[in-house]
Write a protein of this length. Structure first.
Length: 118
């Protein structure tokens, strides 16, 4: 199993950049447009080069996972699988995609144990 936290905030609105309040983090399901490569079809936002970079990274991870069952591939930051130990790595998907230990990983390990997992 591979865990990720999508951290890229949506860009400012295209037609009302002065009225927009800069977002403070990613909203639920925000990564879908990025993962599907649909940024150009959504003319509401003022997409930036960094958004296209994040989209390319996420598409590459997903395509690699679909093909091989492992998201890792050439040119992508290494993404470790969960190993049922006390460390719970999570891939932070953003302009600077990186792996970090999840500060709240113990809760996921407990939930897995309570659900009858390893």
């Amino acid at each position: 199993m591979y865990r990720y936290l999508y951290a890229r905030s949506a860009p400012l609105l295209r037609n009302h950049p002065d009225d927009a309040i800069p977002p403070k983090g990613a909203v639920h399901s925000a990564e879908i447009e990025y993962a599907m490569g649909n940024l150009p079809t959504n003319r509401v936002y003022d997409w930036q080069p960094e958004d296209y970079k994040v989209s390319a990274i996420l598409q590459s991870y997903f395509a690699q996972f679909i093909k091989t069952g492992n998201p890792n591939g050439l040119g992508l930051p290494a993404w470790p699988a969960l190993d049922n130990k006390k460390s719970v790595p999570v891939m932070f998907i953003d302009v600077h995609t990186r792996v970090e230990e999840d500060k709240h990983g113990d809760r996921y390990l407990l939930l897995e144990e309570l659900a009858g997992g390893k």
